[in-house]
Design a binder for this molecule. Structure first.
Ligand code: MN3
Length: 238
């Protein structure tokens, strides 16, 4: 009996997390099953991580992912829900909030939190425990057509990720019919500039500092060699 009592608190937290994740799944299923004009999924839920928090070790530890997903990503979701309550954004899907608030000074807080929710969900999918290696053939051909080689593409991605001054994101994008590398500052997203994101690397310090301290290049190179999810990029390019 006593054992159950002392173990009660973590069970409660675990169950709450499960319920939040379950609510997100239900919302996603509901959206998938309805027409495009159906009710949006606000208020927004923290989507479940696509893998366990320790699944990317040793490149990114559970310590890093736990903070990054459990604290940072969650905070963006919570902030967004508070900020949009009672506003014209309250019932809009995430992408429409981002598009609507982009470039408006007075909506900067809504834009920043909405875009960071989107960016992080996209970032988790840009990594996979068995990542790295060669891209699937269809994507490889597109990469070779645009960059010359996979190595040249990775080198350009690394260059963008390392040279982004301060916080931001490095991206592989589709611009018209060409694959390109882009970088954005802070919460900025490529799709407000007409570019389709294929995958991203978070270069905010919170993404790597617990594991790599100031060595951003080491984090970026490990990401490219061991975590990058080419399969996800290919799906987005399709
Ligand atoms: Mn981040």
């Amino acid at each position: 009996m006593n054992k159950e009592d002392t173990g009660n608190s973590p069970i409660v937290f675990g169950r709450r997390d499960f319920l939040i994740a379950a609510a997100g799944t239900v919302a996603a299923l509901a959206m998938g099953g309805c027409s495009k004009t159906s009710q949006a999924s606000s208020p927004h839920a923290l989507p479940p991580l696509p893998y366990a928090e320790n699944a990317l070790e040793p490149v990114l530890t559970a310590h890093t992912i736990g903070y990054h997903y459990g604290k940072h990503h969650r905070a963006y979701v919570d902030n967004l829900n508070k900020l949009i309550e009672g506003t014209e954004y309250a019932d809009l899907p995430l992408e429409k909030i981002i598009a609507g608030a982009a470039g408006k000074m007075e909506k900067a807080a809504i834009f920043n939190n909405a875009a960071q929710v989107w960016n992080h969900t996209f970032y988790w999918k840009s990594m996979t425990p068995k990542g790295g290696g060669e891209p699937p053939d269809a994507l490889k051909q597109k990469i070779q057509a645009s960059f010359g080689s996979v190595d040249a593409c990775k080198k350009e991605l690394a260059g963008a990720a390392v040279s982004q001054f301060g916080s931001g994101w490095a991206w592989l994008v589709l611009d018209q019919n060409t694959l390109k590398v882009a970088k954005t500052a802070n919460a900025e997203v490529p799709f407000t500039s007409g570019m389709k994101p294929l995958l991203t690397i978070d270069v905010w310090e919170h993404a790597y500092y617990l594991d790599y301290q100031n060595r951003r290049a080491d984090y970026v190179n490990a990401f490219l060699d061991k975590l990058i999810n080419w399969e996800f990029a290919m799906q987005n390019a399709g």
